[in-house]
Design a protein around this ligand. Sequence first.
Ligand code: UN1
Length: 508
Amino acid sequence: MDVPALLARLGVAADGACAGTLAVRTPIDGQIIAHLAPSTDEQAEQAMRDALRAFHAWRVVPPPQRGELVRRYGNLLRQHKADLGELITIETGKIRAEGLGEVQEMIDICDFACGLSRQLHGLTIASERPDHRMMELWHPAGIVGVISAFNFPAAVWAWNAALAWVCGDSVVWKPSERTPLTAMACAALFERTCADMGGLPAGLLRTLIGGRDLATRLADERRVPVLSATGSCAMGKALAPRVAARLGRAILELGGNNAAIVCASADLKLAERAITFAAVGTAGQRCTTLRRLIVHQNIHDALLARLQRIWRQLPIGNPLQADTLVGPLIDAAAGEAMDLALRQATAEGGTVLCGGERIADPDCAGGCYVRPALVEMPTQTDIVRRETFAPILYVMSWRDFDEAIALHNDVPQGLASSIFTRELGEAERFMSAAGSDCGIVNVNVGPSGAEIGGAFGGEKDTGGGRESGSDAWKSYMRRATCTINRSAALPLAQGIRFEVEPDAGPPH
Ligand code: UN1
C-alpha cells in the first residue's frame, strides 16, 4: 500500500495529503494513510464563488462541446483505471474487482453523458392558438451540490457530475470524510482534463473536504439550486427540509432494505449466485445490498442448506489480495452495529444460521473483518425492517404469492428488489403496479449491480430521487416552456376576450 506513490500518479499534490487535522484511515488494517486539512469557511465561500462564475460561462457553451470535456475525462479515467481502482480499494475496503468496477461505472457514465450532450431535447407541443407554436427548452440549472457516501466514493459522484457538466452546470462536491483521497484523485484527474482541453472556465468542480457542517452549508446554500445527496435515511431527513425551506431541489438517494422473492420454480443455481453477490458483495455495504430473502416454503430448506455451505466458505480478508471476495467493514463501529443487529434479531426470535463472527487476519490487525451472517426469522420483525449497513441476510418463508409481495413491500425503504422465478405470471405481477414498490425491480437478477443506463433511485424512505441514466438529466436542468406567435393577431388561450377599444380622442 504505497499511498503517496499512488496519489502522485493520480496527480494529487504531495503536500495536500499530509497537511492537516483530518486523519484518513484505510479499513484494510486501520492505519492512517493521510492527514488532510478540512476546508475552512473562507474556502467554502470561495468555492461557491468560483463555481458560480464557472456556471455563468459554461451555460452558454454548446452542449456537445461540454460533452467533449466529459468524453476526455472518461478517457483519462481509462488510463488511470488501475490506480484509481486501487485507491478506492484502499479507502473503502472493497475488493479489487469492485474498485475497478467502480471506475468502469465512471467511464460508462462519461460515455453516456457525452452522447446525451447531443440529445438534451425538449418537446414541441400543439398550440390551441392559430399560428402559434409551443416548445420546451432545457437550460442549465446552476451549481449542483453533490454529497457522496463512503461506499461508492467515485461512481455515484460521477453519475451526478458527468450529467451536471453536460447539462451546463458546475459542481461543488462534498465527499464522505472517510474517502477524501478518492475525491481528491477524481478532482485532480478532472483538472488535468480541463487543462489539456484548454479554454474552459475555472471552477467547474470544487471539492470541499470535511464533515457534516459542510453538508448543512450546501443544503442551506441558495446558490445551489440542485443538491444531490447519497447516504443514510437519517442524513436525508436532516438535509431535505433545509433544502425545501429555501425551495431548492433535492435529489435523494438514501437507504435501501432490498429483498428478493424466491419462487418454487426458480433456477436455484442461478439464484444462489445472484443472492451471494448481492448479499455479501462490498461486505454488505451497498445501498442496493440484498438484506431480506423471502423464500417459497417448498424450496426453503434446500436453498438455505446451499447458502450456508457458500457462506462458510467465503474468502474473507485483505481486499487487495486477488482471491478475496469479502473485504473489511468500513470501521469498528460498523462491526458493532452488526453485532447489535444480530443480538436484536435473536431477541426477536431469529436464529443465526451462520456468520457474524470476526475473522482475524494477522496482516490486517486493526481492520474489522466479519463473516457475513445468514439469519432465519419467523416474521419481519423491527430489526428486519431497519437497514443495518453490514452483511446480514434475513431469511423468511412464504406460501402465498400475495403474502410474499406484502412482506416484500412492508418496510420503510423502497430502493431495489428482485424475484427469482421461471413463471411469467409471477414475474409480471412483481413488476406490475400491485407488485414491488421499489425504484429498481429485477427478474432473475439480484437487486445490486445496476448498469448506468437506467435511472437509479427509489421510493419511500429512499428519498425518491433518480440519478444516472434514462431521463435523470432533467433534474439537473431547468425547463422553459416557450410560446411563439408568428401572426399579427393576438388570440388568447381559453378563448378569453380582453379587448380595449380606445376612442379616437387624444391620449391623456
Ligand atoms: C450505492 O450503493 O449507493 O447498483 C450505489 C449498484 C451500483 C451502485 C450502488 N451500481 O449496486
